[in-house]
Design a protein around this ligand. Structure first.
Ligand code: HEC
Length: 258
């Protein structure tokens, strides 16, 4: 029994060390992240909260286990081929998730990563996939979610919002496929997924052209500047630009004295 105290202290110490490393440390590092300034001028801050329908859809996504087959994280170039597969234009960073109540990173990729699904498809295309993924991929592993739709007789005219699906996947003659509210919310959620703006921790590749204001523009204090532009004090500058004192500059730029 003499070892009891030693075992207790040993267990306590290992629990405490892992709590500090895996709970306290990450919380201190990024528990209080605020929307970041983007590299390009528009949008000025990122992310913004998702619209209400998309937020409801996140719960539908969670409830239906989409997360077991789909990830929502784009790995950096060194760690995988995600960027080469066209799953995103930059790697995912902690800022991408600050408004997510449940962060659905996922762990297995039976299907493609959905971090940027909204850049590839709109809500209607998502609905068609939920009805029957074999429309797009004859041997699809993705299960159909037909119970998220009502199949009903067409009245005097087709309902607005009814899904148009070509045979043989559509409803029988005289019937229509109407997405239920849960399906609409889920589709709005998937179509809202986009990790688009470049951030300072995930900058555009050097030498890439930005969708920003034309190069050579001059920027006012406190503003955000496009590549090739000149920036005034207090502003934030993108790669390739020249920056005045007090500003922050990204790789490739020239910065003034601080
Ligand atoms: C059993 C695994 C599995 C589950 C569960 C699953 N999917 Fe899929 N999903 C796939 C596969 C595999 C693909 C790739 C294309 C194909 O084979 O249809 C795919 C493709 C997709 C795509 C198109 C992606 C692209 O880039 O083309 C979307 C959107 C999608 N799934 C959404 C969902 C949603 C929403 C749910 C939850 C309701 C879900 N999936 C559940 C396996 C799954």
């Amino acid at each position: 029994m003499n070892n009891g105290v030693a075992i207790y202290l040993g267990l306590f110490a290992s629990m405490a060390v892992s709590w500090v490393a895996f709970v306290l440390g990450p919380q201190a590092q990024m528990g209080n992240l605020q929307p970041a300034t983007t590299v390009a001028a528009l949008p000025a801050v990122y992310p913004t909260a998702a619209p209400g329908l998309a937020r409801q859809g996140a719960e539908v996504y969670r409830a239906h286990g989409c997360v077991y087959c789909h990830t929502q994280q784009v790995r950096p170039k060194e760690l995988g081929a995600d960027l080469a597969r066209g799953w995103g234009i930059r790697r995912s960073v902690a800022h991408d998730y600050i408004y997510d109540q449940t962060v659905m990173l996922g762990e297995q990729r039976t299907g493609p990563d959905l971090a940027n699904a909204g850049l590839r498809m709109d809500a209607t295309a998502v609905l068609a996939r939920l009805w029957d993924a074999r429309i797009f991929e004859p041997k699809s592993l993705m299960p159909p979610y037909k119970y998220l739709f009502d199949v009903r007789k067409i009245g005097r005219k087709p309902s607005p919002g009814a899904l148009v699906v070509q045979p043989p996947f559509g409803a029988p003659q005289g019937y229509e496929i109407v997405p239920r509210p849960a399906a609409r919310a889920l589709a709005a959620y998937v179509a809202s997924l986009r990790q688009e703006p470049y951030l300072f921790e995930a900058p555009p590749p050097p030498g890439s052209v930005s969708t920003n204001a034309p190069a050579g523009e001059t920027n006012a204090p406190g503003g955000t500047n496009a590549p090739g532009g000149t920036n005034a004090p207090g502003g934030t500058n993108a790669p390739g630009g020249t920056n005045a004192p007090g500003g922050t500059n990204a790789p490739g730029g020239t910065n003034g004295e601080l």
